[in-house]
Ligand binder design. Structure first.
Ligand code: N2P
Length: 402
């Protein structure tokens, strides 16, 4: 148990300790020790014991409370972290990643040092099976009442009963593009995956720069969907067909990377990126701020796109479990998560936050999909270990050609 003593007591102890070393007090103590009555000596002993106790408790009480958070890059308004510390006294050590695979490798190895991590639902599901997380103490999460049924129903596929996770944000995997550069080369804006998966079309964009997410669990389903197959297929022949299609596009892809495309799009360094909805909108925002004439669009292609859910969970070996719960509960405050969504342009799973969202966010069907958009979105389920090996091999071949 950690005791936090009021500052006044700690200061009194500090003054007492300082007095002890004053020459005058040293003399008094020496006199009591040699000539004092038994009663005086016992008072002195109690005082010394008191001081020692305060010294011990004082040190641990002054220890900083902390929560170590590992989240996706470009995924929060950092003033939220400062506000959290101001409100709770808990410092946030915030670290970022841009790939579920990287997070998963760390989680499976254990001892990450993180107290809160944010895998996508598909990955969370198999990490739960692997015993990577601890069950949430729901009594410490009263703000769960703010969550949205429609997202809870979907995320229950990955975490039944939401025993281990809360939703942070959700979004889609589509195509971000420089409207002018694409129009110049293709004569039209982007509305279909053909632009990516038809090598002839993609070749026309090669000169202005193409990035693709380094996310096999999202690109293989996108390729399967384009081929008219089930995007969630685990069939190895289907995966081989997706691999063959992806290999054909590689010569026109400048980079497989999952976060550089935001600035690259915004600066006009690339003209197309298979990317995540909110990230592309952040690129659009950065481009507008730079006022260099770059305009960015985002397409959820007409044949469909992946809808994913990023879930906050607490690793089984987290050290600051109490603080992690306080953090999760804070994130579920409507005004906090609304601030986050307004900043990163991703939808969240918090119903009570909706009246606080900017119109630009709620009114955009590429962020909060309307019924027609929702119809086009598909979800996926986890790969079993064997299929995962096939997918990992396929992806290495796609990226390296070997
Ligand atoms: C944030 C990207 C998170 C979406 N930059 C991927 N799940």
């Amino acid at each position: 148990m950690r005791l936090v003593y009021p500052a006044s007591i700690l200061f009194a102890y500090r003054d007492l300790a300082a007095l002890k070393f004053e020459p005058r007090w040293r003399q008094v103590i020496a006199v009591i020790k040699t000539k004092g009555s038994a009663e005086m000596k016992s008072v002195l002993k109690s005082l010394a014991l008191c001081a020692a106790t305060f010294a011990l408790v004082g040190t641990s009480g002054a220890q900083e409370r902390v929560v170590n958070v590992y989240n996706w890059s470009d995924y929060i308004d950092e003033s939220i972290l400062a506000d959290f510390t101001k409100e709770t006294g808990i410092k946030v050590v915030y670290d970022v990643f841009d790939s579920n695979e990287i997070l998963e490798t760390k989680l499976l190895a254990g001892g990450t040092g993180y107290d809160v991590v944010v895998p996508s639902g598909v990955f969370l599901a198999r990490q739960i099976q692997a015993g990577v997380f601890q069950p949430l103490d729901k009594s410490k999460l009263p703000n769960s009442v703010n969550m949205w049924d429609s997202v809870l129903d979907r995320t229950a596929t990955y975490d039944p009963g939401h025993k281990y996770s809360i939703n942070y944000m959700w979004g889609t995997t589509g195509i971000g593009y420089n409207t002018k550069a694409v129009k110049e080369r293709l004569g039209e804006e982007i509305s279909s995956w053909d632009v990516i998966f038809d090598p002839e079309k993609l070749a026309k964009l090669k000169d202005c720069g193409v990035h693709v997410l380094d996310a096999p669990a999202e690109l293989i389903p996108a390729a399967l969907n384009h081929l008219g197959k089930n995007p969630d297929s685990k069939d190895k022949d289907d995966i081989a067909a997706a691999e063959a299609l992806l290999e054909k596009i590689r010569p026109n892809v400048q980079k497989f990377h999952s976060s550089e495309y935001i600035n690259a799009l915004a600066n006009g360094d690339i003209c197309v990126a298979v990317g995540w909805s909110g990230d592309v909108f952040q690129a659009r925002d950065r481009a507008a701020e730079a006022k260099a004439g770059v305009e960015i669009g985002y397409a959820i292609p007409k044949k469909g796109a992946l809808m994913w859910f990023d879930q906050m969970a607490i690793p089984a070996d987290a050290k600051n479990v109490e603080e992690a719960h306080i953090f999760l509960n804070y994130i579920m405050k409507p005004e906090v998560i609304a601030k986050a969504s307004n900043y990163v342009f991703y939808a969240n799973g918090n119903k009570a936050s909706q009246p606080l969202l900017d119109k630009e966010v709620t009114g955009d069907p590429a962020i909060y999909p309307d019924a027609a958009t929702l119809e086009k979105l598909y979800i996926t389920t986890p790969y079993d270990a064997r299929t995962q090996r096939v997918v990992t091999r396929a992806w290495t071949k796609v990226k390296t050609g070997q």
